[in-house]
Ligand binder design. Structure first.
Ligand code: WTA
Length: 653
C-alpha cells in the first residue's frame, strides 16, 4: 500500500487540548521561527530550558565546520540539570521505578538518586582517581546502578562509554582499547527469564590481553553468583559505596566538553565511537521528552530499550530525568514469564507513555495476541516506536489493542549520531499515516534530497539529510576526526556546502510526509540493532576455512532484517560434507568476536562471489539472491557472469 493511500489518524482531541504542541498551526509557527531566525530560536530554548552556571558566548559557532560548537563558553553540569535542580520541587517524586526480571521492585526518588549518584561520583573520584576527561567503560545489566554510574561520570566530568551487555569479550576489549578507559564498571551478572547470567567473566576475558589502560574494575552485586576476583584490580561496589559521602559538588563543565562515547556500526571498518557533548545533547534530550512524549508531572513513562544503546541513554536516563519525569527501568524481557508481562506492568504502574521497538511489538503480537485484553491499559496516552520501520499489521495491533484507538503512535526516526529524535509525529498535533515518521521536529532541518541538494520529487527515493547543524548532533568520532568528516559530510551537499547524511534513504509524499525506506549503505538493521556488514565479514573471516565472505540483510517477518552470509572456502573439501557443522562453527566465531546479536540466520557455501572486474562485490545481486528474487540487473559487467547461476543453485539446493 502506498503511503498516500494509507488512512490518516488524527490526534485524540482531549489529549491535544492539554498537549504542549496542540495543533499543526503551532508546529508550523515553531518551524517558521526556526527557519527565519535559526540562532534566535535555539537561543530561546537554551535559555529557557537549561539551568546554566554561566551563560554562553555564542549560540552556534560554524567557523570550523563540520566541527560545530553549540552554546560555546557556557558552563553547566548535566547532573545538575537532571537531578539537583529538581530537588526543590520534586525531591520525593519517583525518579526511577525499577522492576527486576523476577518481579523485585525498587522506587528511587529524586533525593535518593541525588545521594546515590553523589556517593558513586565520590567513589570514582576519591578511590579510583577518575578525573575530568577520563574514560570509564560500563558493561552493565539493566539495574539502577547502571544509571547511577552514567550520572556519576557526568557529575565529575568523566566520559562514559556504555557497552551493550550482549557484546562479546572481544568487542568489549576493542571498545575499551579505543577509548583507553581507565576504569570498567560491571556487575557479577543479572537475571534473564528467571535465570542468572554473567557479565564479570566477560570483562575478565576482555582484560586478559593488552588492556593496560584499565587500572580498576568496579563490580556491582546483582545475582550473587561467584566470580573470580583479582586483588588490587577488582573492587566491590556494595562494600565501598556506603563509605562515601552523599555530597559531591558537580564539576563545572563547558557546553562542548564530551559527555559520553557510544560505539556504533558503520558501513566500513570497526565500530566508531560517537562523541556527544554536554549542553546541546541535554537540551534536545529534554525538549524531545517534552514534545514527543508530552510527559506531564504525574506521568509514568517507560522505555523498554537497553542502556547499551542510544535509546537507553537519551530516553531512559538523560531525557526523562532532565524533564523531571518518572522513568521505568526493566531488567527482564517482555515475554517472560509470558507475553503479557509488559501489559501487566503497564497496568500495575499505570504507565502513560510506552516506547519500544517494532520487533518487540511483532513478537508480542505473535506470541500473545490476546494478552492485552487481560489488563487495564487505559492509563496509556502516547505509544512510541524506534529503531526500524513499523509494518502496517504491527502498527494496527499496537494502535488498536494496546492504545485502544485513543493514543497517538509516535514513530520516531533518529540515530546514535543525532542524540535525540529528528523526525516524529507530535502526539497532540500530527495527523498520522501508519508506518511513516511524518515531519521533522521543530528546529530540525531534515530533507530528502539528491546528492547535489536538489529536493526529490514526491514518491521518489532520496538521501535523508539534515541540512543544518543541530544542538544534539555527534561532535566527532573519538580518535578519528577524519572518519567523522568522511562518514557523515562526504556524500551530500546543499548550496555547495557539505551536509549531514544519515545513511538512510527516504521518500517524501505529496503532503510532505517522510517515510524512511532504510539504510542505503552497508549497514544491516537486525531487530533495530545496527550491524555493519564489514564488521560481520571480518568476524567470519577469522574462521580458518573461510577464504572470502559477503553478508547481506534479508527481510525477516519478526526481526525486520536477518543476516545472510555467502561464504567461499579456502578448500572445497573443508566442509567434509558437513555444512551444518561449519555453519555452527562460523556462528560460534561471530558470537566470540561480536556477540550473539550478530549471528547469521543463513550461511551458504558458494563457489565464488559476484565481483566486478575491479574486484568489488556486487551486493545488490547477493541481496536479490538471498530474497529468492529473479536477477534483473545487468550482470555482464561481472568478472564471471556465470557465477550468479552457480550461487543460486547453492542457495536453493
Ligand atoms: C533506523 C536508533 C525507520 C535507521 C535510535 C537509522 C529507523 C538507524 C527509525 C539508527 C524509524 C531508527 N523508522 N528506521 N522510526 N528509527 N531507524 O543508531 O536506519 O541504533 O539510521 O539509533 O535505525 O540506529 P541507531
Amino acid at each position: 500500500m502506498s503511503v498516500e493511500s494509507r488512512p490518516i489518524y488524527y490526534p485524540n482531541k482531549a489529549f491535544a487540548k492539554e498537549a504542549r504542541i496542540k495543533n499543526m498551526c503551532e508546529y508550523h509557527d515553531l518551524m517558521d521561527w526556526a527557519k527565519e531566525d535559526y540562532e534566535g530560536y535555539w537561543d530561546h530554548w537554551a535559555k529557557e530550558k537549561i539551568d546554566w552556571f554561566e551563560p554562553y558566548e555564542t549560540v552556534l559557532d560554524e567557523s570550523n565546520a563540520p566541527f560545530y560548537k553549540w552554546f560555546n563558553g557556557g558552563k553547566l553540569n548535566v547532573t545538575h540539570q537532571c537531578i539537583d535542580r529538581h530537588l526543590d520541587v520534586r525531591k520525593n517524586k519517583a525518579a526511577i521505578i525499577f522492576e527486576g526480571d523476577r518481579g523485585d521492585k525498587q522506587i528511587i526518588t529524586y533525593l535518593e538518586l541525588y545521594r546515590n549518584v553523589n556517593r558513586f561520583a565520590n567513589l570514582l573520584k576519591n578511590e579510583f582517581n577518575v578525573k575530568k576527561g577520563d574514560r570509564v567503560v560500563l558493561y552493565m545489566p539493566m539495574i539502577p546502578e547502571a544509571a547511577y554510574a552514567m550520572l556519576a561520570c557526568a557529575r565529575i566530568g568523566a566520559i562514559h562509554s556504555v557497552v551493550f551487555g550482549g557484546f562479546s569479550a572481544e568487542a568489549l576489549r576493542d571498545r575499551i582499547l579505543d577509548a583507553e578507559a581507565k576504569v570498567v564498571i560491571t556487575a557479577d551478572g543479572a537475571f534473564r527469564k528467571g535465570k542468572p547470567y554473567m557479565l564479570k567473566p566477560v570483562v575478565d576475558t576482555a582484560l586478559e590481553e593488552g588492556c593496560d589502560c584499565v587500572e580498576k574494575v568496579l563490580v556491582v552485586q546483582r545475582n550473587m553468583e561467584d566470580v573470580v576476583w583479582i586483588e588490587g584490580r577488582d573492587y566491590s561496589y556494595n562494600e565501598l559505596i556506603d563509605l562515601e559521602k552523599d555530597l559531591c559538588e558537580p564539576e563545572v563543565m563547558d557546553s562542548e566538553d564530551p559527555l559520553f562515547l557510544l560505539y556504533t556500526s558503520g558501513s566500513t571498518g570497526k565500530p566508531k565511537g560517537v562523541q556527544h557533548s554536554q549542553a546541546g545533547y541535554i537540551l534536545w534530550a529534554q525538549m524531545t521528552m517534552e514534545w514527543v512524549f508530552d510527559v506531564k508531572e504525574n506521568d509514568t513513562y517507560w522505555c523498554t530499550a537497553d542502556i547499551g544503546w542510544i535509546t537507553g541513554h537519551t530516553y531512559i536516563v538523560y531525557g526523562p530525568l532532565a524533564a523531571g519525569a518518572t522513568t521505568v527501568m526493566f531488567e527482564g524481557v517482555p515475554t517472560y514469564p509470558d507475553a503479557g508481562r509488559a501489559w501487566k506492568m503497564v497496568e500495575e504502574y499505570k504507565i502513560n507513555q510506552f516506547y519500544t521497538a517494532p520487533t518487540a511489538i511483532r513478537v508480542l503480537h505473535k506470541m500473545g495476541e490476546h494478552e492485552p485484553e487481560k489488563y487495564d491499559l487505559s492509563s496509556l496516552k502516547v505509544l512510541g516506536t524506534v529503531g526500524e520501520p513499523i509494518d502496517p499489521p504491527a502498527w494496527k495491533w499496537y494502535y488498536e489493542k494496546i492504545g485502544g484507538g485513543r493514543c497517538s503512535i509516535v514513530d520516531t526516526w533518529w540515530q546514535t549520531e543525532t542524540g535525540g529524535h529528528m523526525i516524529s509525529p507530535l502526539p497532540g498535533a500530527t495527523p498520522i499515516k501508519p508506518g511513516c515518521a511524518t515531519f521533522p521536529l521543530p528546529g530540525i532541518m531534515a530533507e530528502v534530497i539528491e546528492r547535489d541538494g536538489t529536493p526529490v520529487e514526491p514518491g521518489e527515493q532520496g538521501l535523508l539529510c539534515i541540512t543544518k547543524p543541530w544542538p544534539s548532533m555527534i561532535r566527532t568520532i573519538w580518535n578519528d576526526p577524519d572518519r567523522f568528516v568522511k562518514s557523515y559530510f562526504g556524500d551530500a551537499k546543499k548550496d555547495g556546502q557539505p551536509v549531514y547524511f544519515s545513511g538512510d534513504g527516504a521518500v517524501i509524499d505529496e503532503d510532505g510526509y517522510i517515510t524512511i525506506t532504510g539504510r542505503v549503505d552497508d549497514v544491516i538493521n537486525v531487530s533495530g540493532h545496527r550491524l555493519g556488514t564489514a564488521e560481520v565479514e571480518a568476524a567470519i573471516k577469522k574462521h580458518p576455512h573461510v577464504a572470502e565472505v559477503a553478508v547481506v540483510g534479508k527481510p525477516d517477518d519478526i526481526k525486520g532484517e536477518s543476516i545472510f552470509a555467502f561464504v567461499v572456502l579456502k578448500n572445497a573439501e573443508d566442509t567434509f560434507g558437513e555444512e551444518a557443522e561449519l555453519v555452527k562453527e562460523i556462528n560460534q566465531v561471530i558470537a566470540t568476536e561480536i556477540g550473539n546479536i550478530a549471528k547469521c540466520d543463513t550461511i551458504k557455501v558458494v563457489p565464488g562471489l559476484p565481483k566486478t572486474r575491479s574486484g568489488k562485490v556486487m551486493r545488490r545481486i547477493l541481496r536479490a539472491i538471498a530474497k529468492g528474487e529473479e536477477i534483473k540487473q545487468d550482470i555482464s559487467t561481472l568478472e564471471d557472469p556465470s557465477i550468479v547461476a552457480k550461487i543460486q543453485t547453492c542457495v536453493i539446493g
